[in-house]
Every structure is written in C-alpha cells, then in structure tokens.
Design a protein around this ligand. Structure first.
Ligand code: ADP
Ligand code: MG
Length: 306
C-alpha cells in the first residue's frame, strides 16, 4: 500500500471504534479493551474470499455487512457479549467507490450488532477480508459443543435453508416468486447473528453451534463433541414462506437440512427447559453417535474447503 494507506484508514475505518469496553481504538499499535470482573474473553476469526464466500459481483456494502455478521455469529453461538472487532483487509487497489460502499456496510453491521471496529491491517493483494471478533462471557459459562446429553431436545432459531435457496436463485437454478426474492437474497447477504437468543441460553442450553456449514454438518459437530447421537425430524424443520413457495417440499427440506450460510443457532435443551420463542424443536439427543436426519440426502455433505 502507498502512504495513502493512512489517509484511507482514517477516512473509512477509524470512525467506527467507540464502545463501552473500548479504552483505546484505531490509531496506536494495539487497541485496548477491558472485561468486567468475572468475565472471560471469547475470540474468533473468519475470512471471506470472493467466489468462495460471496459471489464475485456482490455489492461491496453487502460484503462489508456479511463479513461482520458471519464473524459475530460465532460470538452468538457461545452466548458472548460483543466487545470489539479487528479487520484485516487485502485489496487489489484503493478504489474509492468500493471502499466507501464497503465501509457503509461495515458501519451498518457495527451499529446493528453493537460491535465497534477497534483496529486492523490494510494491505495490497487479491481481495481478502478477515474479521476477528472479541466478546465477553461470564467465566466458565460459555455455550460449548460438548455438553449435549441423551434426553435433551434439539432446537434451532429462525428459518433454515433460506441462504441455500438464495444461492440456488443466484445461480439460476430456480426462480422464486417475485414477492420473496428480496427476502431470500437478504437472508444470504444480511444474516442475523442470534446474539440475544445466544445470551439467553447461558445456563440453560447444554450445547450450541451456529449453522454455517449446514444443519446436518453442524449438528454432527455437537454429536461428535458430546459423544452422543442426534436424531432429526425433517418434517419439523422451520421453513420460510419463501422456501415453501420453492421448487418442491423435498428440495426445501434438503436446503434446510444441508444448506450452509443461514447463521441460525442449533442448540440442545434439557427436558425441563421450555423452547424459547422464535425457536423450533427439531429433534432429540440419544445414545450413540452421528446424526440421523431421517431423509435421503445422498451427495450433499456440508461445505468443505479441502
Ligand atoms: P502498525 O504498523 O502498527 O501495524 P498499521 O499502519 O497497520 O499499524 O495501522 C495503523 C492503525 O490503523 C492501527 O491502529 C490499526 O489497528 C489501524 N488499522 C489498519 N487497518 C485497519 C482497518 N482495515 N480497519 C480498522 N483499523 C485499521
Ligand atoms: Mg499493521
């Protein structure tokens, strides 16, 4: 990057850094954040690449929003309170239009999820966007993947399969009715990390994960970590009106079972806990291993990079 790197940072990225846990934001060698007493730091990083995590022709505003949303979703899955994030941005060129609209998407996400941008790194190269998030948790109370017990119920937030339906739409594999098109695309480009719901599960859920690779794959992570089996009931999967208007019920259920990118939460609840509002009971934890999804999904594992 030329020396304009510094003016670029101050123009686009240094105004989003204020937050209650932030003692020092963009401008020094490190940012400084503080935890309350009895809290633990949760941190995670996600990288987005064009053609892999978003279509090459996606709007920069959507790319900025989505980069933050998918990273924040990991905080939601642990039940953490957002403290701040850093952004490592590699750009082929310092294009003002791109940076302006990208940083608008970032700003929308900063405000929607209450997570300030406290630092980062800016370099020249093939477009690569990494967002590292930091959050706070009451010590020892995090929602892990390994606590599911036989007898627990399996629940999810929101609707499943919308992002997979949106991707199929973007790839011209089907045409949703006009009134559902915008909703579907927003479910892919503007995922909603379930921060509040995640925090409300602290001390209640026995395990949790966010659905980034598809329900089947991600429920499989809970089953493996917990040393238990998960049995899912496909007819209980929550489908949006948009998916119900889709090519077929079977296709919609397949998207919901195996499609990634929804960033809803999947969690396990002991029998005495009531299913929270906005969530759906979709299965149970039993003795054994793996996931029984109750339908034929041959040839559609979760997304794998290697
Ligand atoms: P250093 O050389 O100390 O690593 P840099 O020159 O990379 O610092 O960055 C200067 C300041 O700008 C630092 O506080 C850094 O965190 C911040 N920064 C750099 N790039 C970004 C970005 N893309 N988003 C937010 N802050 C950034
Ligand atoms: Mg640096």
């Amino acid at each position: 990057m030329p020396s304009s790197e510094f003016s670029l940072i101050s123009r686009y990225f240094s105004s989003l850094g204020r937050g209650s846990a932030v003692d020092l934001s963009v401008g020094d060698d490190c940012a400084l954040l503080h935890l309350e007493s009895g809290e633990q730091l949760a941190t995670s990083i996600d990288t987005l690449l064009p053609g892999v995590h978003f279509p090459e022709d996606a709007f920069p505003e959507d790319i900025g929003f989505r980069a933050v949303a998918v990273a924040v979703s990991d905080l939601a899955a642990m039940g953490a309170r957002p403290l701040g994030m850093t952004l490592a941005l590699t750009l082929p060129e310092a294009d003002d239009f791109w940076l302006n609209t990208f940083s608008q998407g970032l700003a929308e996400a900063v405000s929607a999820f209450g997570i300030p941008l406290v630092g980062g790194d800016t370099t020249r190269g093939p477009l690569t966007i990494s967002v590292q998030v930091m959050g706070a948790l009451p010590e020892g109370k995090a929602l892990l993947r390994d606590g599911a017990q036989p007898g627990d119920r399996v629940c999810v937030t929101g609707f499943l399969g919308d992002a997979a339906g949106a991707l199929a739409f973007l790839n011209d594999q089907w045409q949703p009715p006009a009134e559902h098109a915008e909703y579907l695309l927003s479910r892919f480009y503007r995922p909603t990390p379930r921060l509040e719901l995640g925090r409300s599960l602290l001390g209640k859920a026995t395990a949790a994960i966010d659905i980034s690779d598809g329900l089947l794959a991600d429920a499989g992570h809970i089953a493996a970590a917990s040393g238990s089996k998960i049995e899912l009931e496909p007819t209980l999967l929550p489908l949006s009106e948009a998916l119900n208007s889709g090519p077929s019920t079977e296709q919609a259920m397949k998207w919901a079972m195996t499609g990634g990118d929804d960033y809803e939460l999947c969690f396990t609840l002991p029998a005495e806990q009531t299913v929270p509002e906005g969530c759906t009971l979709i299965g149970r934890v039993t003795d054994g291993e793996g996931v029984d999804c109750g339908m034929d999904i041959a040839g559609s594992p979760g997304y794998r990079h290697f």
